[in-house]
Design a protein around this ligand. Structure first.
Ligand SMILES: [Zn+2]
Length: 254
């Protein structure tokens, strides 16, 4: 493993990140996936350099060159997260099955987390489709197994279905800050990380969501305006699972 190959993997991660951003923009708007990227604010077709991951956003100073409107910070962050994840997985596993498996998981987590943050929704066909792929391939991934993926999916699904039911009972009339999409997301995370990694992987996300909620409470108590009432819980589950995988991988001896 040499420095040039590590840089190459990071660059591939950046470009995959910009493709993920295209999906983040177009999936909720139900547009076609083909076609040259356009400004997310005004719809103007972008110049080639504006499309470049990270560089395009920075060269424009976070504002569209076409319309001067602020571009969302989540897009460069998505590119940075995916590039970091690819690099870390490559350095841990080399060019091997776990690298491709975990890179796929990272793409699904960033995609799902970003759409949940921007639109407060999780796409059932995306997350359950990804869970099926993760389950079907788990058997051939070193440090993972079909049984571990299956038990992880069942336990995560059961625990989060319980949370979902409790939230419905506790808040029967108000908009519940915890949806069925979060149950499906937990099933995906359980499948992807396996039974033994499940609890810490979910715990990282719950801890982040808790910390962010406390921050919002403090800001609201301090009289800051426009503090959101609910948080996108799924985003934190995604970020937590991704952080866990980047720190510890799939566990076992590597
Ligand atoms: Zn624009």
């Amino acid at each position: 493993m040499s420095v040039p190959t590590i840089i190459l993997v990071a660059l591939i991660g950046l470009f995959v990140g910009s493709l993920v951003n295209v999906v983040v923009v177009r999936l909720p708007r139900e547009q076609q996936f083909g076609g040259w990227p356009r400004c997310t604010r005004c719809g103007h077709a972008l110049a080639w350099w504006q499309v470049l991951p990270l560089v395009g956003w920075m060269a424009q100073g976070g504002r569209g060159r076409c319309c001067g409107q602020r571009l969302h910070w989540i897009f460069p962050l998505n590119e940075l997260l995916i590039a970091s994840a690819f690099t870390v997985f490559y350095m841990r596993y080399g060019l091997s099955a776990p690298l491709f498996y975990l890179s796929f998981v990272a793409v699904v987590l960033v995609l799902t987390g970003a759409i949940d943050w921007l639109h407060r929704s999780i796409y059932t066909f995306v997350i359950l489709g990804a869970a099926l792929i993760a389950l079907a391939t788990a058997a051939i991934i070193p440090h993972h197994s079909f049984l571990s993926a299956l038990i992880g999916a069942l336990v995560a699904g059961f625990v989060f279905a319980l949370f979902f039911a409790l939230a419905r009972i506790i808040f029967p009339s108000t908009a519940v800050p915890f949806g069925l999409g979060d149950v499906y997301l937990a099933i995906f995370i359980g499948t992807a990380v396996g039974f033994l990694n499940l609890m810490p992987a979910l715990f990282y996300g719950m801890l982040m969501a808790g910390g962010f909620s406390i921050l919002l409470l403090i800001l609201r108590a301090a009289g800051r305006p426009n503090i959101p009432k609910y948080i996108s819980y799924g985003t934190f589950l995604c970020l937590g699972a991704l952080t866990y995988l980047m720190l510890w991988g799939l566990g076992g001896t590597s």
